[in-house]
Ligand binder design. Structure first.
Ligand code: DGY
Length: 324
């Protein structure tokens, strides 16, 4: 069995694959070009790819024998799943293992922007800290404030769980209301998006990127938020209209933002990087050593199962089974 891996992932995953397959790994420390990706897929029975690889019809056309696409991420908006299903190709992802790590990162950037940590760090390093001052880097309180969670799946709920330690009021919105038991356990109240936006001090996005969630937060929604509120996005960049966000941050419609993901990743919308009221990190939500190893193991396990004709544990397109 031949496997193509589009980027070096933690060795545990590669070891698993190498035990049973002929494995080709992208030798470069960069995302493959479109042509390199297509050339790699041509030879493979199984593809292990990243969220930075667009796996569409053209890529699938490169190899009619491709059996499985194993994404090294929980989000799989980079793959045309419908097209894969039509062709009988299995698609898998890595849910669960990155939930807590991504929730931790969400909290890290939320705290950073609320308490102006990045600005204060820069100031201190530059030797500007001469004396304690009553008005130095005044930020916003997180404790006892209101957190609005948009998308109440695994990661959204893990973020809510952490909010209890800060004695926050938690609101959430989702296409589906969570079971009563979950709402009670997390002390989270369901509201519609409009109410969440106008009532929250921190709005944190945890929805998947779908045609229905593209630009979920645009000018209208940003204007609906409190002028003292912060927007946090560790989900997918295109959930937010980044041009509108830059205007909101410049013109003070909201107090600040913390972003792990970008609309046109890795590009930043002009103006974003010049602003002090935004914290920017390079899509590192799941980036802990342990979690990336678990993701590698999971992606490899999914791939191997698919290649052996078994049902992969994290199959995204179950409809594909009906065809075989
Ligand atoms: C995912 O798995 O979707 C994350 O964005 C990777 O960090």
């Amino acid at each position: 069995m031949k496997v193509f891996v589009t980027r070096r992932i933690p060795q545990v995953g590669l070891d698993l694959l190498q035990k049973e397959c002929e494995v080709k790994v992208n030798p470069h420390e960069r995302v493959l070009t479109r042509q390199e990706l297509i050339d790699g897929v041509k030879e493979a029975d199984g593809l292990l790819c990243l969220l930075t690889d667009t796996i569409d019809k053209e890529v699938m056309d490169a190899n009619p024998k491709l059996k499985i696409i194993s994404n090294y991420a929980v989000g799989y908006n980079n793959i045309d799943v419908e097209e894969a299903t039509r062709r009988g190709i299995m698609v898998t992802n890595t849910p669960g293992v990155l939930t807590d790590t991504t929730a931790d990162l969400t909290w890290a950037i939320l705290m950073c922007v609320a308490r102006r940590i990045v600005e204060a760090d820069r100031f201190t390093r530059q030797g500007k800290f001469k004396q304690w001052s009553p008005m130095l880097f005044l930020g916003s309180d997180v404790h006892h404030s209101t957190l609005g969670i948009v998308g109440f799946g695994r990661i959204g709920r893990a973020v809510a769980r952490r909010a209890r330690g800060f004695e926050m009021k938690v609101l959430y919105t989702d296409v589906r209301r969570a079971p009563e038991k979950v709402e009670e356990e997390l002390e989270a109240k369901f509201v519609f998006l409009d109410e969440l936006l106008s009532s929250s001090d921190f709005v944190s996005l945890h929805a998947p990127l779908l045609p229905t969630t593209y630009h979920l937060i645009g000018e209208k929604e940003l204007r609906r938020m409190k002028r003292t509120a912060f927007l946090i996005n560790a989900a997918r960049g295109p959930l937010v209209d980044e041009k509108a966000l830059v205007r909101a941050l410049k013109e003070g419609w909201i107090a600040g933002a913390a972003l792990d993901v970008y609309e046109n990743e890795p590009e930043l919308t002009p103006g974003l990087a010049e602003l002090d009221n935004v914290v920017l990190v390079p899509h590192i939500g799941s980036a802990s050593i342990a979690t990336r190893e678990k993701m590698a193991t999971m992606a490899a396990t999914n791939l191997l199962a698919g290649l052996k004709g078994e049902v992969p544990p994290n199959l995204v397109n179950r409809e594909v089974l009906k065809q075989s």
